[in-house]
Design a protein around this ligand. Structure first.
Ligand code: GDP
Ligand code: IMO
Ligand code: MG
Length: 428
C-alpha cells in the first residue's frame, strides 16, 4: 500500500448543506473517481460554474468533470427511477454520464412502498424528512426485508423477495387504512430502469481498492453531515445512515486506512432543514440576513425540497467535537461572503447546560434544548469577501474570524470559499 494515498474524503460536519458539492468540484480538478458511500436522493449537491448551476442528488458531483468515473456504494439507498431521471437530465445539458457510472449490486432500493410508509409515518413522527423514502428503506435493510439492486437483476428469487417485503408491511398499511402495495406497484417502475442501469452494475469495492492502491486520485463525497448521523447526530432528528467517516468503509467496502485525508466542511454560519435542535439558531432579521431572500441562487432554501433552512451562528463547539471525533485534517470553509455587511458576528465556542460547561456533546434532545451557547462577539466587516481571490485580500476582521475558528476547532482551515463558483476559492 502506498504510504500516503491520493484518496480524500469530503464530509459535512453539521446538518448538511455545508457546500460539500462545491468542495468536491474544486478538489476534484484532477480526480479519476468520485464515490458516494451513503444516503440517496435526500442529498442535494449544488455546483456553479461559468454561470451554470447543476444540482446532483444520487449521481456523484465529480461527474461534472470530463472523464471522471462515479461510483455508488453498497451503503446507498437508491431510487432508480429518480436516478434514471437525473442521468437523462444531465444528458440533456450535454453531460454524458452513463458510460462513467459504476453501481454496487449491494445498494438497497427505495421502492414506492417505502415512500408511502414514510408519508404515513411523518404525520405522527414529525422529523421533517425529505420524503425520499430514506428511513423506511434503511429500516428494511436492517430488518433484512430489503430489496437490493443485484436481486432486481436476477429473476430467481425476486418475486419471493418482494412478496416478503410486502407481507412485512401489510399490517401497517391496513392499520393506516391504506391499500397495501402490490408486487406490480413495486416492480413496475423498477423494471423500467433496467435497460439503462443493468450494465452499470459492478464491484465497487474491488474497483476502488485497486484504484486507490495504484495511486489514482479518488474523492469520496459525503452526503448529509455528521450531526445528521444516525449514531452521532441529534437523534432522533437525524437521517438513517452513517453519514460520517464511519460510513465510508462499510458503504464502499474499502479499508478505511486507504483514506489519505479527511476534509471537514464548515459553513461560516450554521443551518439545518427540518425539525430538531439547533442550539445557535437565530430568528427574525438576524436569520433573514443569513438565509437571504431566495433572490440569490445560494440563499438558504433546500436544494432537494425548497424548504427555507433554519439559520444560526457558527456552532464552534459542535465543530470542535466533530473535528476530534472524525480526525479532520483540514477544514474547507464556505459562504464567508454571506457575512459581508454584518456588523457584529457571534461565534459559539462552548455549550453550558445548567451553568456548567460541557466537554462532550449532549446525546439527548431534551438536554440539547437546555443548551446555553457561550458566544464570542467579533467585529464584522462591511464588504470585500465576496469573490476575494487571496487570503491577504480578505478584510482583516474576516481573517481574524477564520483564525479564531481554527483555534476553537483545533484544526486548520485549508480552503476558504468566497462565492458559489469553483473559481471563488482561496487555497491556503
Ligand atoms: P451540499 O449539500 O453540502 O453540497 O450543499 P448545497 O449544495 O445543498 O448548498 C450549498 C449552497 O451554497 C449551494 O447553493 C452552493 O452553490 C452555495 N455555495 C457554496 N459555497 C459558497 C460560497 O462560498 N459562497 C456562496 N455565496 N455560495 C456558496
Ligand atoms: P446534503 O447531502 C440537509 C435532513 C432532513 C431531515 C433529516 C432526515 O444535501 O447535505 P431523511 O429524508 O434523510 O430521512 O431526513 O435529515 N437531511 C438533510 N438536510 N442536507 C441534506 O443532504 C439532508 N439529507 C437529509 O431535512 O431533517
Ligand atoms: Mg445539500
Amino acid at each position: 500500500m502506498p504510504e500516503k494515498t491520493n484518496c480524500r474524503l469530503v464530509m459535512g460536519l453539521f446538518w448538511g448543506d455545508e457546500g460539500k458539492a462545491k468542495a468536491v468540484d474544486v478538489l476534484g480538478e484532477n480526480a479519476d473517481i468520485v464515490a458516494r458511500y451513503g444516503g440517496g436522493a435526500n442529498a442535494g449537491h449544488t455546483v456553479c460554474f461559468e454561470g451554470e448551476k447543476f444540482v446532483f442528488h444520487q449521481v456523484p458531483t465529480g461527474l461534472l468533470r470530463e472523464g471522471v468515473i462515479g461510483a455508488l456504494g453498497a451503503g446507498m439507498v437508491l431510487d432508480l427511477p429518480e436516478l434514471v431521471r437525473e442521468i437523462k437530465e444531465l444528458g440533456t445539458r450535454g453531460l454524458e454520464t452513463t458510460s462513467r457510472i459504476l453501481i454496487s449490486p449491494r445498494a438497497q432500493l427505495v421502492t414506492s412502498l417505502h415512500k408511502r410508509i414514510e408519508k404515513i409515518r411523518e404525520k405522527t413522527q414529525g422529523i421533517g424528512t425529505t420524503l425520499r423514502g430514506i428511513g423506511p428503506t434503511y429500516t428494511d435493510k436492517y430488518s433484512r426485508y430489503g430489496l437490493r439492486l443485484g436481486q432486481l437483476l436476477k429473476k430467481e428469487g425476486l418475486s419471493d423477495c418482494v412478496k416478503r417485503l410486502i407481507e412485512s408491511h401489510r399490517a401497517f398499511f391496513e392499520a393506516a387504512g391504506e391499500p397495501t402495495p402490490t408486487e406490480d406497484d413495486i416492480l413496475g417502475p423498477l423494471m423500467e430502469t433496467k435497460p439503462m442501469l443493468a450494465n452499470l452494475v459492478g464491484d465497487v469495492s474491488t474497483f476502488l481498492t485497486e484504484a486507490i492502491r495504484s495511486g489514482k486520485n479518488v474523492i469520496i463525497e459525503g452526503a448529509q453531515g455528521s450531526m445528521l448521523d444516525v449514531d452521532w447526530g441529534t437523534y432522533p432528528y437525524v437521517t438513517s445512515s452513517s453519514t460520517a467517516f464511519s460510513g465510508v468503509s462499510s458503504g464502499l467496502g474499502i479499508d478505511p486506512r486507504l483514506v489519505g485525508e479527511v476534509v471537514g466542511m464548515v459553513k461560516a454560519f450554521t443551518t439545518r432543514v427540518g425539525g430538531g435542535p439547533l442550539p445557535t439558531e437565530v430568528f427574525g432579521e438576524e436569520a433573514e440576513k443569513l438565509r437571504g431572500t431566495g433572490e440569490n441562487e445560494w440563499d438558504e432554501f433546500g436544494s432537494t425540497t425548497g424548504r427555507p433552512r433554519r439559520c444560526g451562528w457558527l456552532d464552534g463547539f459542535a465543530l470542535a467535537v466533530n473535528c476530534r471525533r472524525w480526525g479532520i485534517n483540514r477544514l474547507f470553509m464556505t459562504k464567508l461572503d454571506v457575512l459581508d455587511g454584518i456588523k457584529e458576528i457571534r461565534l459559539c465556542s462552548a455549550y453550558k447546560i445548567d451553568g456548567k460547561v460541557r466537554r462532550d456533546y449532549p446525546s439527548i434532545v431534551e438536554e440539547l434544548a437546555r443548551v446555553e451557547p457561550v458566544y464570542e462577539e467579533l467585529a464584522g466587516w462591511d464588504d470585500g469577501v465576496f469573490c476575494a481571490e487571496s487570503f491577504d485580500k480578505l478584510p482583516e476582521n474576516a481573517r481574524y474570524y477564520i483564525k479564531r475558528i481554527e483555534q476553537v476547532a483545533g484544526c486548520p482551515v485549508g480552503w476558504v470559499s468566497t462565492g458559489p463558483d469553483r473559481v471563488n476559492t482561496i487555497v491556503r
